[in-house]
Design a protein around this ligand. Structure first.
Ligand code: NAI
Ligand code: MG
Length: 501
């Protein structure tokens, strides 16, 4: 075992060939094909995974449909389902380090970040376990009361049915559980299509679901490629709902495909989120906050704070501070506890980010720090800050999904809000100020689903998360998170005054 490898138990687990998880059992892909999964810190193959395709998605959807129709899950008493979800949370606690190490091996992220992410999934499982016994409809009778036709009316909320969950690679276990916990709380049966780059933690979690007592067929996991397994799930006529996290481009393609049977769709997509630093901000909070708002997880975060706006008087100081912070970050393998910045997910993503670095220079922007790839193996890129940018540049308009910040000085408050909102996205926005007035005033005017004041990227199971505009449809977490997996039924009972026998 080399220094900073995962512990042997994890490496041994990964070294096998991983099957599909359908109807509570491990199965080969119908085609018999498998694909390789790589460690982005080394580029080495760490595991082989069965490659699900249309026939496997068919099998998984049929299993989920059977489980749903037989009421294997939503037919259980709510207390029982709550116990099972809570038990799953406890198994995630028991296996937290292993789940985190699997995502480090698969995705490259620093171990501390992976452990934080697993912690947030445990909180979500417990939050939604608690919600299972609190789902209610409404008695609407008072609002439709009539002497002429006496009526009793109520609503009930029910699971939407079979849900397809399609997740990306930038936060494998996190993006799975933020969907799976509310889907299960709602009573749905699901088919999960993990990202082809990072399928391993979802597969590991399948064993924990079995151990927790989730009945067979309720959760099915079919790794495979987007164009094949993913597209088959989106096209499937027997799938009632797709919940997707990933690129805006794929999100739009999913909407077009979902039109065939009008399956419900929620989308958590890309962003180009603004971070605003006012002159009166505390630099000890604003500088590290803005820096980690973009550099955390090597910028591979949908709500990464990638556009920085600083009031003119503080601009030089803040940009220099963020650049010094960037230079001080330790780049390295995720399993090295000293690493603060891991690799990008793949050679392709590294090349994409590197090409944006070249584009920025060609467009006339100035590199304040960083600007190139790092090291001679793995997919590392230096944290980079660009200055002298303008709104027409591609590095200012497009989601780079790497550790690249573009900085702009501004003074006038109206300009600030206009420039911050000058994007087709609307996921996150950050404000650093010590003025309560400015914080609230600007928060009201920003067109974004999440606004963070004096601390970027805070998430909580109880707070809805999602985007305006091309950042998506719907919300995850909170009450909205479970609603996304429910249908509402209105029931009218016409009463008969003459029923006096
Ligand atoms: P992607 O959005 O295509 O992939 C995300 C998931 O969707 C994966 O599981 C993939 O297999 C699946 N998928 C792909 N095509 C599909 C289809 N036609 N039908 C159903 N499922 C499909 O993103 P990809 O290709 O991994 O990365 C491309 C770029 O997208 C990245 O460079 C990054 O800029 C952006 N991205 C943004 C994310 C975010 O959270 N905002 C997450 C991942 C990628
Ligand atoms: Mg991988």
């Amino acid at each position: 075992m080399a220094l900073h490898d995962p512990n042997p138990q994890v490496s041994d687990y990964l070294a096998g060939t991983h099957q599909l998880f359908i109807d509570g059992a491990w199965q080969d892909a119908s085609s018999g094909e498998t694909f390789e999964v790589h460690d982005p810190a080394t580029g080495r193959c760490i595991a082989r995974v069965a490659e699900g395709r249309a026939a496997d998605i068919d099998r998984a959807v049929a299993a989920a449909r059977r489980a749903f129709d037989e009421r294997r899950w939503h037919g259980l008493p709510p207390e029982r389902r709550a116990d099972i979800l809570w038990k799953l949370a406890e198994l995630f606690e028991r296996e937290a380090r292993t789940l985190a190490e699997i995502d480090v091996a698969d995705n490259g992220m620093p171990i501390a970040f992976a452990e934080w992410m697993v912690g947030s999934t445990i909180a979500q499982l417990k939050y939604y376990a608690g919600m299972i016994t609190k789902v209610t409809g409404r008695n609407v009778s008072p609002s439709i009361a009539s002497d002429a036709v006496p009526m009793h009316a109520y609503t009930s909320v029910e699971p939407v049915g079979v849900a397809g969950i399609i997740i990306p690679w930038n936060g494998p276990i996190g993006t799975l559980i933020i969907k799976l916990a509310p889907a299960l709380a709602a009573g749905c049966c699901v088919v999960v299509k993990p990202a082809e780059l990072t399928p391993l933690s979802a597969l590991y979690a399948a064993n924990l679901m079995n151990e927790a007592g989730v009945p067979p067929g309720v959760v099915n996991i079919v790794p495979g490629f987007g164009k094949d397994a993913g597209q088959s799930l989106v096209d499937h006529a027997d799938v009632d709902k797709i919940s997707f996290t990933g690129s805006t481009e794929t999100g739009k393609a999913i909407v077009r495909s979902a039109a065939a049977n009008l399956k419900r769709v929620t989308l958590e997509l890309g962003g180009k989120s603004p971070v605003i630093v006012f002159d009166d901000a505390d630099p000890d909070i604003a500088i590290p906050g803005a820096a980690m708002g973009i550099f955390a997880n090597t910028g591979q975060v949908c709500f990464a704070g990638s556009r920085l706006f600083v009031q003119k008087k503080s601009y030089d100081k803040v940009v220099a501070g963020i650049s010094d912070f960037a230079k001080s970050l330790t780049i390295g393998k995720g399993m090295d506890p000293a690493s603060q910045i891991g690799p990008l997910i793949s050679a392709g993503q590294r090349d994409k980010v590197a090409s944006y670095l070249e584009t920025g220079v060609r467009e006339g922007a100035e590199i304040v720090t960083g600007g190139s790839t790092h090291g001679d193996h793995g997919f590392f890129v230096q944290p980079t800050v660009f200055a002298n940018v303008d709104a027409s540049m591609r590095i200012v308009k497009e989601e780079i999904f790497g550790p690249v910040l573009v900085a702009t000085p501004v003074d006038d408050m109206d300009d600030l809000v206009r420039m911050a909102n000058d994007t087709r996205y609307g996921l996150g926005a950050g404000i650093y100020t010590t003025s309560v007035n400015k914080a609230h005033l600007v928060a009201q005017k920003l067109r974004a689903g999440n606004v963070w004041i004096n601390g970027y990227g805070v998430m909580h199971a109880a707070m809805p998360f999602g985007g305006f505009r091309e950042s998506g449809w719907g919300r995850e977490n909170g009450l909205e998170g479970i609603s996304a997996f429910q249908e509402t039924k209105s029931v009218f009972i016409t009463l008969n005054e003459n029923d006096r026998a």
